[in-house]
Each structure stands twice: as C-alpha cells, then as structure tokens.
Design a protein around this ligand. Structure first.
Ligand code: PEP
Ligand code: MG
Length: 831
C-alpha cells in the first residue's frame, strides 16, 4: 500500500492532518509525520532528517507520497530524498497538492488500493471540490474566495520611498530578495507609484520586474511570526540605499554623440570607447538545441533539473570569485543576481509544475519558464530593467547546456581579433582576454547591458546593436570599429583605414599615458612611496596585475587552486602554478597566503562530516591547516621549492593566537629542515608574515609583530569579526563595513604595533580599492595597499594627488566619526 508523509512546520498541524486523514480510513494507511524542530524556544520549522525517517517508516515498494506545507518544508523534503538510496528515491514522490485536502484525498485513494499514480492524481485534484463549491456560492469568476481571509498570523506593512539612484536594479533587487528570504514571514511588495500588483519578495524576477526606480513608493507587507523584524530589515536596507554609493556606480553608458553613418559604415550603439582594427572571429555560445518529449518518472526528471541547477550554481560561484578578483566587486555582483535567479521559488515552482503536471522533459520545462521570465522583463518600459533579459537568458542557457551535457565554449583566440556575435552573455564577456580581444561587435544588446559594463571595465572597445548582416561575413574579414561613435566598417577602404588608424593610435597613446602612470611607483605629493600590489587567484590574474601596473602581488588566494576539484592539488601541481606566477611577476614580490578554507569556502573532498553551526567562527584558515598538517606541509613544500631565485613571501590567514602562529611556524621550520636534508634548494631568507583578520590579533598585535616580518590587514574579515556582522549577509552589510570607526581604530592600533616593532603593514581587504578612501587609509599609516588589478591605476592616481600630512588630518577626523556613513561623507562628493 502507498505510504503517506505529512511535512509541516507545526507538529500540531501535522498531527491534526494525520488524525483527520486516518479517521477516514480507520488507520489502514501507513501515515507518518515529520513536523517541527527540536528547539523548545522556537519549535516551528522542518528538518530533513525527520522527513527522511518518516519516509523510511512508511516505505514500501508501492511508493510514498510526501505532502508539505510551505517554504523550507519543500527544501527539507528535497534534501531528505538525497539521503535515500537511489532505488528507494525513485519510489518517493513530492506532491504539490494542498496539505489538508491532499492528505485526506491521498489517504482515501491509498486505502482503496490505488497505485502511486492514482494516489498522486487524487491528491492533486483535491481542491477541485472546494473550488467548485465556492464558485457556486460566491464569485463565479474565481475559484478563490474574494472575502478577506482572517488569519491569526500578524500581517504588517510599511510604505517607503526608494531613493538610490537606479532604484531596484540588479544588485539592490538581489539584496532585497536575500533579505526577504531570511525571514519566515511571507513578504509581498508592490510598487505603488506604478500601481503594480503585489509580488513575492523572495522572487528575484518578480521584484525586479516591479520596475522600481528612484523616488518610487513601495508597499511592503509581511505575514508571519517575524513580520516586524523582516520589515525593519528591509526598511534599513532601503534607507541605507542598499549600501550603494551612487558616486562610484558606473552603470550609465558613456555619453554618445550620434552621427549618421556614411557609405560603407554600419551604425550601432557606442558601448565601450576605443578603436579596434582586426580580423573578425565569430563567437557562438554552446549549442543548446533540444527536443520535447514526455517523461515517465516525474521525480527523476525533477531531480535531473535540480542537479543541473546545482552544477550551474557552482559554475556561477566560481565565475563570481574570478570576476571579483580580476575585474571588481561591482561587476561580480552581476553573478550574485544570477545565483538568485536559480534560487527564485517562483521559477522553481513553475518548472516543477511543467514537469509534474505536463510530464515535460526538464529542458522544455526549464526553457518555458526562462522564456516566460525573460518576456516579463521585455514588457517593462524601463530600458535598464529590460536589459536584465540578458542575465535571465544567460542563466537559462547555462542550465540547459548542463542538462544537455555540453561542455562550455571557451574562446581560444590565436591572434588579436574582433569578436562578432549575436550577443555575448555576461558570463562570456568576463572570460574574454583583453590582450587578444581587440573589440566586440554584437548585433543585439545596449550600452546598459551587463556585457557592455564589463567590456568598459576591461577596456575593450565595443559597438552593439549592429545590423545582422555582419553575422554572414567570413571569419578573418578585416573589420574596424569605433566604440565612441558606435560605427563599424567591414573591409574598410584604405582612406577610412588611415583615418581610423590615426584615431586608434591617438587612443592607444592616451591609454599608454594612463598605463605609464600606472606603471610608475605611487608617490604622494610629499614624497612617500606607497606600494600598490594586486590581489590575485590565478596565473591569468597575475598577468592582469602586471599589465595594470602592480608592483607585486600582495595576496595570492591559494584556495582557488583547491576549489572545483575532487582532490587536493599535488605538490607538483602547486609548484607549477607558483612558478608560472613568479615568471609573470619577474622578480616582483609575491605574497602567497596559505590555504584559507572554511567559512564560506568549503572543499567537499576535505570537509569533515560535522556541520558547523557558524562556519565563519569554525575551523577555517590556519585552524583548518593546523588540523590537517599534511595538507599544509604539501603546500609549504611547493611554495618553498618555487622560491628559489624568486621573491616569494608566505602569509598565514586567520591567526587569533600566538600559539597558532608558533605552531604554523614550527611546521614551516620542519618543512624547511626536510628540504635541506633532501638537498632541495629554497630561499633560506624567505619572509613570513600574517594577516590581521581577527580582533584577537589586533589586541595582541605587539606580541605577534615580534614574530613575523610583516602584517597585511584583511578588512573583509576583520570588519565582520569586529562588528559581529556576517560578511555574506546583506542585512548587516552596513555594519560589516571597513569604514566603521571601530574598524578604523583597529587598523590604527595594528599599524602602531607593527611600526613599533619595525615591520611593515599593508591592507588587502576590498576597502583598499575605494580610491576616495585612500587618504584615510594612508593617514592611518599603512605602507602597502593590495587591490584587484583593475583598481591599481585609479588608486595610484589618487595616491599621487595627496599628501601624508593632509591624509593624517583626515584620518584623525574619520576616527572620531559616529558611523561608516559619516566617514564616507568625509570623502565622497555630496549629491
Ligand atoms: C580579507 O579578509 O580582507 C581578505 C583579504 O581575505 P579574504 O577576502 O580572502 O577572506
Ligand atoms: Mg579574509
């Protein structure tokens, strides 16, 4: 007989439903309950293990039907399936039917000996009787009663104006959704100015398509036990302009003067300035052609889609890290929004419905939902939001490619070229190598698309929206484009070429001037040399760092060598990467941070089975390495071997005690001794430093400074630990801010301790890339700043324009402020 499982946040509710269903059939059907959590203070919730146990209790080869109430009940049930052996899993069906009616109907169907499909059908049709009844009694137009529903759960609301410059564009929408999703309450939001319908606050697509711009008024309602807290958090987010500083947002297209094309020219949209002349190469994203078919087992199909989405999430997360290091955090945020698309409950529910109700294969179900969402963006009046179609399509295509088992298309160019494409997704664009891609010519897109923003950041000239005839040109055709006027020339005439070459040379000279400055040391007006280094995660990043004028690498995040693998990199593999980076750096210093895993960066092949309640406060960084000394020793051997004839320094992450530092150094000395014994050469004078990332390290900085050669302050972590604000939680983003006076005072203390011990101190957190903040940081006495490669030139320029005396005065004022906001007001232009 088919077994039935009832999953609910409330134990009382689940037991009530069980009682109701059981009394219909005099207890003949195996019914189990998985409800509530084992927390006497807060018993409402669901637990995957309980769901798993309930399924196991009623399991038979006839199958099990699982009915769930809301939100996390679905996640817990899905997770529980993961725990089952595959042969059992395929006999368990998660059912979208309403909990009470579905449970009763399913139980009755099971008791009469119905097979699993019949039981599912009965459960899914369970609302029909009620709906029909209500239609007859009230509105003939609606199956849902239009009378206000009285509920015991509080509903609260706020009305609030959005005042950040671009309104709820991609990043703020993402923050809104991330914040709304953290509460149990159901959040709904409505754009009063545009008179929209209320939409779900946990759906990125629904929130973004509200078309909220600066000055629009929102009505936000929250229903549930934590309604007030939820509204407060959303209000804080909006009042704080989503943590955006509008003056540093570069989302608007460059000014464009339109001149009509003359003969031989094609007109497009100027998206990224500069002139390119090169043979064209066509680029096509991975093929995603698929066929429609009907599936037998809806569970397997749903799991197939979920597995593909999981892989897509991993791919996007690594793209996000890559972009944040190599291009910048603002550009990386684009991929935050991509991750939210994949977590959008409305999209998930729609895809699941296509699979379960229409028995469509995952590809068709997924594409239908992506098309629907993309169309809802296209319908908006707002040009900026219309551009988000690119992002939806990008994510959609990624999942399809994975479903179809196609490998990603990487563009391997052998010579400098202009890329011609219908469109380039943001994912495609971040992977372009600016040393090979001279220009971008697309037949779709606009200057506000994410691809255009990335092209501008990478300094690649681009013209978009060009006539589709360019798609028919053979590869290798000479093409020229001017990203300032938005014009494209195919096989340009010699006289046009001559003019364009002059323009290109002028542009290149201007660029070279800017680069020259970037390649000069950064010296303040009163003569202090501040070292400007780069944060990198790969050999490619090292190349970008050098070409942008880095004087060395201040932070090599070695965890990127360990991510996206099934086992740890060997000593030889690591050695090769470190050597390749030193070659690129050509004797400039390279600071290699030992593995900083844990927190939000987990390695499935190394993680222990114990789940940490607070991973950021758990076994991460040096703690993890000291628990896994063999792993650390392998890395240290690779670093030491790479140090021969090179300027490599080692840096320990997350040190909180002298004992940890000494333990790490003892392992280091041991590895050195072993290499000596084996006659393996290494740099005997290698400098060893540590990151200052914990308040504990600041408190004992005087003691630590006596044991190392340098400090580098990691403000990303230091801020979260000083302010007790998770760096990944947007609700506390304004707290976990390196410009909080409390954090600035920690920086000051660290610098004082370092200088008293005659060691240098740098800073490699994200705040160093905020060029307007440079005077405050230098006023606090830092000797080195390490930033993403793209930020080097503007930072050097900013340093060359200040004096240390003025900077010190400003830093003193900053230390006395009452908030990060007032510190920012000291340096950011008003308005
Ligand atoms: C930091 O914490 O500031 C830092 C640079 O390290 P990561 O961001 O890699 O934790
Ligand atoms: Mg850190």
């Amino acid at each position: 007989m088919v077994g039935i499982v009832i999953v609910s946040h409330s134990k009382q509710l689940a037991l009530g439903v069980q009682e109701l269903a059981a009394q219909m059939v005099q207890g003949k059907v195996p019914l189990a309950v998985a409800a509530g959590i084992d927390d006497p203070e807060n018993p409402l919730g669901t637990d995957a293990i309980k769901v798993y146990e309930a399924i196991a209790a009623v399991f038979s080869d006839d199958g099990v039907l699982v009915l769930m109430d809301l939100g996390s009940a679905l996640m817990s049930a899905e997770m529980a399936l993961e725990f089952l052996p595959p042969e059992q899993r395929e006999k368990v069906y998660l059912c979208a039917a309403p909990l009470v009616e579905g449970a009763v109907a399913a139980t009755v169907a099971a008791a009469t000996g119905g097979n699993i499909q019949q039981v599912i059908a009965e459960a899914q049709g369970a609302l029909v009787a009620k709906a029909t009844h209500l239609c007859l009694l009230s509105s003939p137009l609606s199956a849902v009663s239009s009378h206000p529903i009285t509920t015991e759960v509080a509903t609260r609301e706020i009305r609030i104006k959005v005042s950040n410059r671009l309104g709820l564009h991609a990043r703020p929408s993402a923050q809104f959704v991330a914040t709304a999703s953290r509460f149990q309450s159901q959040i709904r939001v409505q754009n009063l100015t545009r008179n929209t319908e209320p939409v779900r606050g946990d759906s990125i697509n629904q929130v973004a398509t509200l078309g909220v711009r600066q000055g629009h008024e929102l009505l936000i309602t929250a229903t549930g036990i934590d309604a007030q807290e939820a509204l407060q958090a959303l209000q804080t987010l909006i009042i704080n302009n989503f943590g955006e500083n509008d003056s540093i947002l570069e989302l608007t297209p460059p000014p464009q003067e339109f001149t009509a094309p003359t003969q031989g020219e094609l007109a497009g949209i100027a998206a990224s300035p500069g002139v390119a002349i090169a043979p064209l190469v066509h680029y096509q994203s991975a093929a995603v052609a698929f066929t429609e078919y009907h599936i037998e087992n809806v569970n397997i199909e749903w799991q197939r889609l979920q597995a593909a989405m999981q892989i897509a999430k991993q791919e996007i997360a690594s793209l996000l890290s890559h972009t944040s290091i190599q291009i910048g955090d603002a550009e990386a945020a684009i991929f935050d929004a991509h991750l939210l698309f994949l977590a959008d409950p409305v999209m998930l529910e729609a895809a699941r419905q296509h699979i379960v109700e229409e028995r469509l294969n995952a590809e068709v179900a997924w594409q239908a939902v992506v098309d629907e969402v993309a169309n809802s963006y296209r319908k908006l009046e707002d040009a900026y939001l219309q551009e988000r179609v690119d992002d939806v399509v990008d994510v959609g295509r990624r999942v399809l490619r994975i479903l179809l088992g196609n490998a990603p298309t990487d563009l391997e160019l052998t010579e400098p070229s202009i890329i011609v494409a219908i469109d380039l997704s943001p994912s495609d664009t971040v992977k372009l190598d600016p040393s090979k891609v001279m220009g971008i010519c697309m037949t779709s897109g606009s200057a506000t698309s994410h691809s255009a923003i990335i092209a501008r950041t990478l300094g690649i000239p681009a013209v978009l929206g060009v006539d589709a005839q360019v798609l028919n040109l053979p590869n290798g055709t000479l093409m020229a484009l001017d990203g300032e006027s938005g014009k494209v020339w195919v096989a340009p005439a010699p006289e046009t070429l001559e003019i364009l070459e002059i323009k290109r040379e002028t542009w290149k000279i201007a660029q070279a001037e800017a680069r020259k400055l970037a390649h000069q040391p950064a010296i303040t007006r009163d003569g202090s040399h501040i070292k400007v280094f780069a944060n990198i995660g790969s050999v490619t990043d090292a190349k970008a760092a050098v070409s942008h004028g880095a004087e060395g690498v201040g932070l090599l995040r070695t965890e990127f060598l360990y991510l996206e693998r099934t086992n740890a990199p060997t000593e030889q593999e690591q050695l090769e990467v470190y050597q390749a980076i030193t070659q690129v750096l050509d004797k400039q210093p390279l600071i290699i941070r030992t593995l900083d895993i844990g927190g939000d960066k987990q390695l499935p092949y190394l993680s222990s089975s114990v789940t940490e309640a607070n991973p950021f406060l758990g076994v991460r960084g040096i703690r993890f390495c000291l628990e896994n000394p063999q792993l650390l020793k392998t890395q240290l051997r690779a670093i030491l071997r790479a140090s021969v004839g090179n300027n490599i320094k080692i840096m320990w992450p997350m040190i909180a005690t002298l004992t940890e530092l000494r333990a790490a150094k003892a392992i280091f000395t041991q590895v050195q001794e072993e290499l000596r014994q084996a006659g393996t050469p290494f740099d005997e004078n290698m400098k060893v430093g540590m990151m200052i990332e914990t308040p504990a390290a600041v408190a004992i900085a005087d003691q630590l400074a006596r044991e190392v050669d340098f400090f580098s302050i990691g403000t990303n972590d230091l801020s979260q630990y000083v302010m007790a604000g998770d760096r990944t939680n947007p609700r506390v983003a304004t707290l976990a801010d390196a410009l909080q006076p409390a954090v600035l005072r920690m920086i000051q203390q660290t610098v004082q301790a370092a200088h008293a011990a005659n060691i240098w101190v740098g800073l490699c957190g994200e705040v160093a890339a905020e060029t307007l903040v440079a005077p405050i940081l230098l006023g606090l006495g830092l000797d080195e700043l390490s930033v993403n490669p793209q930020a080097i030139a503007p930072l050097k320029l900013a340093i060359s324009q200040l004096t240390i005396t003025e900077a010190q005065a400003l830093a003193n004022v900053a230390l006395q402020q009452d908030s990060a906001t007032s510190v920012r007001e000291l340096v950011y232009p008003i308005g």
